[in-house]
Design a protein around this ligand. Structure first.
Ligand code: VGL
Ligand code: ZN
Length: 199
């Protein structure tokens, strides 16, 4: 893979214990994304290029938790309690090498709003600051991997396209929830038809 490290950033989405086997919202083989991400992250680091890791970072009783007893909005999915701030479940999976990481973006930290994307919260308006950070570094291309293909990776990739970044999805470094059934397939198709290149 030929990467222009002068203008590229690597985004490692939500490689956290709760999304890996044994976690409260486990994605099948979620831990398997760590090795391919580590390999490419070391190449970015060696070139002095930015490596951004995101962390789903919810307060206890977060609005996305089914345990609140809330009735979900149309098309909204509620989840088991996961990635509660400061807990072991919210920590990066131990297989993820965090040494190359230059910035950690935490998201979903507001009680009443979720944030799947690394760029915008789920109101689709509130910025996380990541776009400005990347622009400030002259980045115009992002490589993406992590968890989960059909949620946080998907929304991050789609926002990156909207923000006019060139977007590459690291196909071997993503895994999906696939809930509802078929959502991984649907997400991959939508990303590809929006201009995301799946490697
Ligand atoms: C995610 C569901 C809930 C993700 C985060 O990282 O894809 N999925 N919160
Ligand atoms: Zn979450």
């Amino acid at each position: 893979m030929d990467i222009n490290f002068q203008k590229s950033a690597l985004l490692e989405i939500d490689v956290q214990n709760d999304f890996c086997p044994g976690g409260s919202l486990a994605v099948a083989d979620g831990d398997k994304v760590a090795a391919p991400l580590n390999e490419i992250a070391r190449r970015f680091a060696a070139a002095g290029a930015p490596v951004i890791a995101t962390q789903d970072w919810h307060p206890a009783g977060h609005c996305s938790f089914a345990s609140t007893g809330r009735t979900p909005d149309e098309n909204e999915v509620l989840w088991p309690d996961h990635c509660v701030q400061g807990t072991a479940g919210a920590a990066f999976h131990p297989d993820l090498d965090t040494r190359p990481v230059t910035l950690i973006v935490r998201k979903g930290f507001r009680q009443s709003m979720d944030s799947y994307s690394a760029f915008f919260e789920n109101d689709r308006k509130t910025a996380t600051g990541l776009a400005a950070y990347l622009s400030g570094l002259g980045v115009d291309t992002v490589y993406l991997g992590g968890l989960a293909t059909d949620y946080c990776v998907f929304f991050s990739a789609m926002d990156a396209v909207k923000l006019k970044f060139t977007v590459y999805l690291l196909g071997a470094a993503v895994r999906g929830v696939n809930y509802p059934e078929g959502s991984v397939e649907k997400a991959l198709k939508a990303m590809e038809s929006s201009g995301v290149t799946v490697l």
